[in-house]
Write a protein that binds this ligand. Sequence first.
Ligand code: GLN
Length: 279
Amino acid sequence: MKILEALKWGELELIKAEIENPRWDSDLLLGHVLGRRREELYLDRDGVLSATAWKAYQDLVARRTDREPLQYILNNQEFMGLGFYVDNRVLIPRADSEIIIEKLLELKERSPRPEVKIADLCTGSGALAVAIAHYRPDAYVVGTDLSSAALEVARYNALLNHVQVDWRQGDFFEPICGEEWDWLVTNPPYIPEEEYRKLAPEIFEEPQMALVGAENGLIFYRRLAEEAASLLKRDGKILMEIGWNQGQQVEELFKKSFKTRIFKDYGGRDRVVYAELSS
Ligand code: GLN
């Protein structure tokens, strides 16, 4: 079996299974087996696969046609230009969540201070916390998660990216209570139960606890709104990822003690709520 023939075979299998980007996935899976970049496969299109490589490739294509997300098979997802290890213990980082990092860097603290403290609640793979530690090396960064399995992945991602993050296990903001923070960021589970059931099959491979939130997906924002004033320094700020139709409801929850703004994602939909303690 030649490389190009194998790629075509894989693409066809994925088309039959109605996978969204069949050619892309087929290329990346064979690249993964051979330890080669996509372009290299095409440069060596007549190269012959060993029997072991062909078998390994068929196994990966079968996993993908069974709807395992590509990122779990490759154990990799890029976020903010950094590489992250992912498997089914964690939500796969999404490009839309990069808005949180971009805004955090843009809206930097107005006055200098001896130590900037930033906490990422429901950190999952650690994508937000690790990216913050990378782009704000001056800050003390904490990542929390209820799932200790997720924190194992997050810890590994900090090592991979050579950054220091303090990982704390516990429910939402409980691990950071009793301290004051400059920034809280979070991408909590916010999908309402009835919407979750309608999503693409790949999503059911991801941890449900990272996706589905009670109270129409609003429970974490409500709890944070109730507690946030005591968790923040006087000019503390919050950046929260939200579902496309939750902006107004989340702003409503925070408006008593916070000035709020909504930021849109690359698709032009509401994606992040910014809340600043109004003194
Ligand atoms: N953005 C994710 C999705 O739509 C949801 C992430 C979350 O619930 N925090 O799949």
